[in-house]
Design a protein around this ligand. Structure first.
Ligand code: ZN
Length: 345
């Protein structure tokens, strides 16, 4: 069963959550705001265990009641098979998309209506209460957000709606004002390393991953599993080579290879995912890693010439990121970055 002791580095967030719970001043709506992979979903699941437990003492779920057993059955992150625990993800969009072409990139009104508003208005199954967790809540369309306002105000009975988001400002002011926002911070690098080591990951890999992941344990774990940490090493070498005046086209080729490889991993995990979307996401990730390496080089650069060159490369990467955001196709984005780097040689 998921418990708070499994969450590292979020004492402040958990403290304010439990403080409100103990004082019985928990609103129906909570926003967990913070970077990807720092424990928002795990905290939501751990809190749901406590909230739904039939015999909780202080801050501890009993672990043996019908609710606790249901929460620990099946996959932990999804809240097992508890009938009053609902996790809403963008992937659910496919269930409601009759054309079968959904790319599952947003949470539309029909998903939110059927998966949240409707069950929130019904009685609980086990009787203790209901918990709804909306992952990537910033992907809710404005119509979808409007559709849950009423539920946030007065759901049926003891109900908790937890919106997880990397960007609370992307939520409507009307949604935010009905919820209590609990900030989740990025983790300290040492905390990430320690936690990776505790999970049996080698020291060198753990520190390389912690270096890249900006305080996100979830990203570090995912990147180790997908081989992104090693690929980032290869990418950094290629960035350095491009700065040293070797072919900038090589970097574009490597970005293509790495993005394709990563997209393949995504498709292995989710065979309904769109290949194009997966490739774009992967390319965006590697572009941000390339930008990171360039910023590091800029910080230690010596001489105006070298600095100028690094700045041109940073601009080229930034432009590629903008093109990607503007839905320019992947081949053109890569061609552009190759040309821009070659021109700066
Ligand atoms: Zn219990």
């Amino acid at each position: 069963m998921i418990g708070f002791e499994q969450i590292v580095g979020q004492d402040a967030a958990i403290g304010s959550l439990l403080g409100a719970y103990r004082a019985d001043r928990l609103p129906h709506g909570l926003i967990f705001a913070g970077p990807v992979g720092v424990g928002k979903a795990t905290t939501a699941a751990a809190f749901a265990v406590l909230f739904l437990c039939e015999a909780a003492k202080d801050d501890r779920a009993c672990g043996v009641c019908q609710s606790c057993v249901a929460m620990s059955a099946g996959s932990a992150g999804s809240g097992g098979s508890h009938p009053d625990y609902h996790v809403i993800t963008k992937e659910l969009a496919r269930v409601y998309d009759k054309t079968g072409t959904s790319k599952a990139t947003q949470l539309a009104i029909n998903v939110v209506r059927y998966e949240l508003a409707a069950p929130a208005a019904r009685k609980t199954v086990l009787g203790r209460g209901k918990v709804f967790v909306v992952e990537e809540a910033e992907l809710m369309t404005p119509a979808a957000q409007n559709a849950i306002l009423k539920t946030l105000e007065e759901p049926w009975g003891r109900t908790l709606i937890i919106l997880l988001t990397t960007d609370a400002t992307a939520l409507l002011a009307t949604v935010r004002s009905r919820c209590q926002t609990i900030p989740f911070a990025a983790l300290e690098k040492d905390v990430v390393i320690q936690e990776l080591r505790r999970r049996g990951i080698k020291a060198a890999t753990a520190s390389a991953a912690a270096e890249l992941c900006d305080g996100s344990l979830g990203l570090a774990l995912r990147w180790i599993e997908d081989g992104v940490v090693e690929s980032a090493g290869e990418l950094n070498q290629c960035v350095d080579a491009a700065l040293a005046g070797e072919s900038g086209g090589d970097l574009a080729d490597l970005l293509r290879t790495l993005a394709d490889k990563q997209a393949q991993k995504t498709l292995e995990r989710d065979d309904l995912a769109s290949k194009d979307a997966a490739t774009r996401d992967a390319l965006a990730m590697y572009l941000s890693l390339a930008a990171r390496q360039l910023r590091l080089r800029l910080a230690v650069s010596a001489g105006a010439d070298q600095m100028e060159k690094i700045c041109q490369a940073i601009d080229a990467v930034a432009r590629a990121q903008q093109y990607l955001d503007a839905n320019v196709n992947v081949a053109l984005v890569l061609e552009q970055i190759g040309l821009a780097l070659a021109a700066s040689e």
